[in-house]
Design a protein around this ligand. Sequence first.
Ligand SMILES: Nc1ncnc2c1ncn2[C@@H]1O[C@H](COP(=O)(O)OP(=O)(O)OP(=O)(O)O)[C@@H](O)[C@H]1O
Length: 315
Amino acid sequence: SGQKNLSMTHWPSSLWKIFHDLIKPSPLLCSVAHFLPGKWVQQHHPIPLDLEQKLFGQHLATEVILKALTGFKNNRNPKKPLTLSLHGWAGTGKNFVSQIVAENLHPKGLKSNFVHLFVSTLHFPHEQKIKLYQEQLQKWIRGNVSACASSVFIFDEMDKLHPGIIDAIKPFLDYYEQVDGVSYCKAIFIFLSNAGGDLITKTALDFWRAGRKREDIQLKDLEPVLSVGVFNNKHSGLWRSGLIDRNLIDYFVPFLPLEYRHVKMCVRAEMRARGAAVDEDIVTRVAEEMTFFPKDEKIYSDKGCKTVQSRLDFH
Ligand SMILES: Nc1ncnc2c1ncn2[C@@H]1O[C@H](COP(=O)(O)OP(=O)(O)OP(=O)(O)O)[C@@H](O)[C@H]1O
């Protein structure tokens, strides 16, 4: 009947893929590490996160994610799945980091059967179908975690996600040893949103205007800002969902807006990824084509590094 429901709703092929993964789970390919009395046994060499090298201009996100993942992987007996909530302006690296984290656990990253990306507007577009989405999503999560305890679920556009969908995920995020015979404690849930991006930008700008270094911004400078603007804001999806009240989010990860120098770093990284030599003239040209705000100071790229790849095609 699950299959019938799916065909009725015309779900995109990526969700079909997940459904098929469910029918044919291959648990042997999944486990990242398993516990033998007294020690953890790695089943493949974990890819180093390398966030310091790969992720530009995000000292806070780098620090929090490294801490979160290290703690989680070293914990033999986690009491709940790891839940990360990534916040920030467009194109600042939230999807990029999620992929790095996923690859760290499952080398094929997004292509792995154990990594699932959901985009609110793409996968859950119709409000009147919320009940159906809820049932199917729960089935997928349950099936996939039964097949692979360390499954990774990424929810993009969290701020556009219907509260009903968040309600459907909530039981999996909680401190239960098992739900219907399945333990979710080794899974990872990553939520991405732009919520709070404006407030994070304001803090970064205040530092810049005061002549203070970006790298001196600390988590404690952002926590009060986010807590008022996002967590206690009745209009934010996160507040309505009750995820915060129940302390189901382990780490809030702020992404700072990217500056001109970071955009240049993205261009260079993209050139290297394409196997080309880094041409500084082109780097400068691409970076100068981006638009920067605020109007007077022009410090931050309004799309972060998002359009770098397509712009590079023109040079
Ligand atoms: N901080 C960064 N360091 C290195 N590369 C970056 C960074 N931010 C963005 N990029 C590059 O730009 C591309 C687009 O960024 P990404 O999709 O991660 O943005 P996002 O924060 O998820 O944006 P949105 O909120 O609009 O979804 C990435 O694939 C990556 O190549």
